[in-house]
Write a new protein. Structure first.
Ligand code: IP8
Length: 257
């Protein structure tokens, strides 16, 4: 077996983002198949999409406890929705014979952002974690994004070769908003000095959209680890990205390159 690759399955890729709690089963199955064909040891981090962001937004869960609101049922409901989404992922992996174990972050992580606390769980097969509602020392609870999990796994685990962000709807980071973009607008190599007009559906998303992925990607890359963002709707691109072959997408370089 080769080295370790940490891959994020974006929430917008594996769910239909605008319809509450609906999975994109086709994409989940194709990503599971890709993982079964990979020669690498994998850590999979998946996002929330319509299983997390809508209710979290409505009940302002990213802000922590707000005394005037009744948020308790929403916390439980988002955690349970995320477990359901995770079950789709785990079932798809099992169906293609991938031995995987999932570790819900609210059971082991405290705090949000890149400096959350908690020992990163790891399994001898494929490790699976996901964005979640986690306990928080000051705010009581908050939203831990999968983008912060991929940063920490990529930089703290021994022997990580590469971090891959598989996203939905776009081929990588684009110079212009996706609706106006042609193939020439794909930024093949991005570093924090390069401006782009990233889409962030802040009316839906409680975490950071493509901007957060780019920022966390650059931090991973500062640690000497290759980072690539690819369109996860193309299984051959995802596999090539995992294996380190050249592929259509955006390579993320550190601010120092
Ligand atoms: O989609 C967000 O995780 P992300 C988690 O990886 C929730 O940013 C519960 C909204």
């Amino acid at each position: 077996m080769g080295g370790t690759v940490v891959i994020k399955w974006g929430g917008g890729l594996i769910t239909h983002k605008d319809q509450l709690c609906t999975v994109n089963s086709e994409v989940i199955q194709s990503l599971a198949k890709v993982c079964s064909n990979s020669s690498k040891r994998l850590v999979i981090v998946h996002g929330a999409g319509s299983f997390g962001h809508m209710k979290a937004k409505k009940f302002r869960l990213a802000e922590g406890r707000i005394e005037s609101m009744n948020q308790d049922a929403a916390i439980e409901s988002v955690r349970s929705d995320m477990k359901s989404l995770n079950k789709f992922v785990m079932d798809a992996l099992e169906q293609v014979g991938v031995e995987a174990k999932s570790f819900p972050p609210h059971e082991w992580a405290t705090g949000t952002g890149p400096n959350f606390e908690g020992e990163l769980p790891i399994y001898h097969g494929v490790t699976v974690v996901f964005g979640d509602v986690v306990p928080h020392k000051e705010k009581e609870f908050g939203i831990l994004s999968g983008d912060d999990l991929i940063l920490r796994y990529s930089t703290e685990l021994e022997g990580v070769e590469r971090a891959v962000f598989a996203i939905g709807g776009v081929d990588g980071i684009l110079r212009v908003p996706p609706e106006n973009a042609g193939p020439e607008d794909l930024i093949e190599e991005w570093h924090p000095g390069v401006e782009f007009k990233g889409e962030h559906a802040s009316e839906i998303d409680v975490t950071g959209g493509i901007g957060l992925k780019a920022a966390r990607g650059a931090e991973i890359s500062e640690n000497g680890i290759d980072v690539i963002l690819v369109n996860g709707e193309y299984p051959n691109r995802v596999l090539a990205a995992i294996e380190g072959e050249s592929v259509i997408g955006t390579r993320i370089l550190s601010g120092n390159s």
